[in-house]
Design a protein around this ligand. Sequence first.
Ligand SMILES: Nc1ncnc2c1ncn2[C@@H]1O[C@H](COP(=O)(O)OP(=O)(O)O)[C@@H](O)[C@H]1O
Ligand SMILES: [Mg+2]
Length: 508
Amino acid sequence: MLPKGKSMLWTDKYRPKVFKDIIGNGKQKKEIEAWVENWKNEIPQPCLLLIGPAGTGKTSIAHIIANNFSEFIELNASDKRSHDVIMNTVGESSTTQSLFSKERKLIILDEVDGIHGNDDRGGTRAIGKIIKESHHPIVMTANDFYSKRLTSIKPKCQVVKINKVHTNSINALLKKICKEEGIEADPLVIKELAKRSNGDMRSALNTLQVIVEESKKLGLSDLDIVSQKDNINNIFDTVRRVLKSKSIDKVKKSMMLDEDPTLVMEYVAENIPREYEKAKEIKKAYEMISEADLYFGRARSSRNYTYWRYATDFMGIGVALAKDETYKKFTRLTGSMAFSLMGRTRGKRALRDRIAEKMSKKLHISNSIAISMFPEMEIMFQNDEVAYEIASYLDFDDDEVKRFRKRKIPKKVIKKMEKKKLEEKSKSKDFKSSSLGVAVEKDETKKSNSKIEKKKKSSESDDSKIENNEITVKSKKGYSDQDKKENLEENETKDKKENSAQKSLFNF
Ligand SMILES: Nc1ncnc2c1ncn2[C@@H]1O[C@H](COP(=O)(O)OP(=O)(O)O)[C@@H](O)[C@H]1O
Ligand SMILES: [Mg+2]
């Protein structure tokens, strides 16, 4: 399934292996080396906190430090960090110190300011506790010196500020790599590229690789494709490429962006039914998303982030190749269910995660799949009664309802629905396990579904979407055998208990 012969990322290929390979930050390097030496001489040192912008070598430094210790354990802190996770993986190895050996385990906590994390008070507290209790050396990295999340952590650490890599140094490294890769490059163009990367070595290397890997040439016009857009723009570029292209190479290149890959997946998932029109394509594309989702989960649970690569291939190349032909039309892409640049606040994210959590519990789907269902939810929530049914089934509060519709559900409707529910309850008592009861319920199902369809048909969106929506959710729901099985088992017991009129909404 995975494309063979994927070329290696240059940022991996040219990852610094020893302190000498790290460009710039000479003074900082000395300080870090002294810290390592002291540990080696059994002089305990405070937790080392490396703070600096992206692509300056912090993670690389942490791994170079790790080479000096017998073992190391790493946790990607920006990946769904919770109190439990940190305590289980790090807390244990820091407190159960090997009493009989002097072996030191290095603990690496990458990106503790959690650029992609959500609620993290527990996380920060746990980190504080680990710093206090650990007998092992700890290295942490962070991006933002002024991050609130670091306020309580900074005073407990030896803080080393890592600076941007100087343009001239980037220039020199790029030149060296070009030579090694056999690339003809205009020195002026390399210099311009170095300047535009603004101290970010990672982006400099990725950009160079994207441009020259095939043509083995680098000219001034090539730089035009490298614009200095922010990440949100880049995400849309990536999504557009995935949906609009069938070129494995182009898609692969577009997946090189500095964003949380699960976020990219959410954007791709959300936009699939906007671009693809054939049911078969949409189904296939969502199967690919499910695979990607599975691998992200595997990466999280095993802390083996190489799985991210597989996930990336599924959500990129997999989704791109799900279509027969590229569509010649303009599609407005959205990122409404994730968050726009402006709405990218912690609050929104927390709300989103809360909703996803509720959906995933009730519907037995993963959080990211739940999030990719948000657009469908928005459509369904346009109808007052349907909105009420879903909201009460999923136990939404007002804020959560407002995520999917502007207006509150009118009191009148709530009253009416509650009354109906009571009536239904007494009815179903009468019919309890008789077949007639089932028939009545099925009828209800049809009614409420046709209501949604009518609503959708009358709205300006094209009719094909209605069909699409149903298919997408179906395929999303059955995204893994494991889940399917769980679903079946759960449903068997739950079916008896739950109000089927409400449930029907989600039996797509
Ligand atoms: N100071 C540096 N010297 C040499 N290469 C660097 C440096 N900083 C970053 N790089 C390149 O960028 C890649 C990513 O760096 P990384 O250590 O992950 O940065 P950070 O953790 O600060 O974001 C590295 O694999 C390496 O190729
Ligand atoms: Mg890093």
